[in-house]
Design a protein around this ligand. Structure first.
Ligand code: NAP
Length: 257
């Protein structure tokens, strides 16, 4: 028998997870897998009510519990309301996935208008700080707890001539993970990051390049784009007790890019 008890599915029963941006893409895949692992799932979305309802229905079809909350992650009031509703419905929060993020059309920095740069940093970075701050205030009651931050390989690659603003907005999150992991370790709250590479989701179309993941994915060492479910595996491992000694670290899910 191994020295360390193997985590069981029952470890996670009755635990509550908040995901920002769970209606589509990676957030949706995390919601579905986390439900399989026994989490009550509460997720926010920005405006796509149909997609949010479809994700709730998919979780419930698996026998899980889910609540969708329209909440702009870059709004402090909406963020407080998201946590309030989650606690009211399911009790103390012990998992948090900071996932909501956007890109913008490709261009060199020299051409970027101020409002675009502000939107990227507000939606990707400020929102993550607001959500993480709320987690730091409210989590730990149901210790041990876990926060997972969706960064990007762009944070390491810099995204020249595409979106340096996006890359830097994620680089700031990497720094937040390193610092916050140390701040929250005494409260048994672990903080880790996942850096996806080129993943097949709607985000590329929203940046004006629907074929981007498939096109650039072919040039990665593994020769293809990734799937949201492959990112969700890493996120759910970091949420689970299987990663109990990992904090302040990162998993790159990028096909070797
Ligand atoms: P996606 O398919 O475009 O989905 C984005 C999700 O975030 C949707 O549920 C959307 O809600 C929600 N959202 C957007 N802005 C929001 C806001 N202000 N407040 C609350 N929710 C908001 O994106 P994705 O590809 O899954 O990306 C998820 C995360 O992974 C992002 O942080 C992204 O930067 C990161 N990432 C993705 C890739 C990739 O290749 N896909 C690579 C590296 C990193 P609605 O449905 O209501 O719009």
């Amino acid at each position: 028998m191994s020295e360390r008890a193997k985590p069981k599915k029952a470890d996670l029963m009755s635990k509550t997870l908040i995901i920002t941006g769970g209606s589509r893409g990676i957030g949706r895949a995390v919601a579905l897998q986390a439900a399989d692992e026994g989490w009550n799932v509460v997720f926010s979305y920005l405006g796509n009510k149909d997609a949010a309802e479809a994700t709730v229905a998919a979780v419930k079809a698996k026998g899980g519990s889910a609540l969708a909350v329209q909440a702009d992650a870059s709004s402090e009031g909406d963020t407080l309301r998201l946590f309030d509703q989650a606690e009211a419905q399911f009790g103390a929060i012990s998992g948090l996935v900071i996932n909501a993020g956007v890109v913008a059309p490709s261009m060199p920095l020299a051409q970027m208008p101020l409002d675009r740069i502000e939107t990227i940093f507000r939606t990707n970075t400020l929102s993550a700080f607001l959500t993480a701050r709320e987690g730091a205030r409210r989590m730990g009651q149901a210790a041990p707890s876990s926060i997972v931050v969706l960064s990007s390989m762009a944070a390491r690659l810099g995204s020249p001539n595409e979106y340096i603003d996006y890359a830097a907005s994620k680089g700031a999150l990497d720094t937040m993970v390193v610092g916050l992991a140390k701040e929250l370790a005494p409260q048994a709250i672990r903080v880790n990051g996942v850096r996806p590479g080129l993943i097949e989701t709607d985000i590329h179309a929203s940046g004006g390049q629907p074929d981007r993941a498939a096109r650039l994915g072919a040039a990665t060492p593994l020769g293809r784009a990734g799937h949201p479910e492959e990112v969700a595996e890493a996120v759910c491992w970091l949420l689970s007790s299987k990663s109990s000694y990992a904090t302040g670290t990162f998993i790159d899910v990028s096909g070797g890019r």
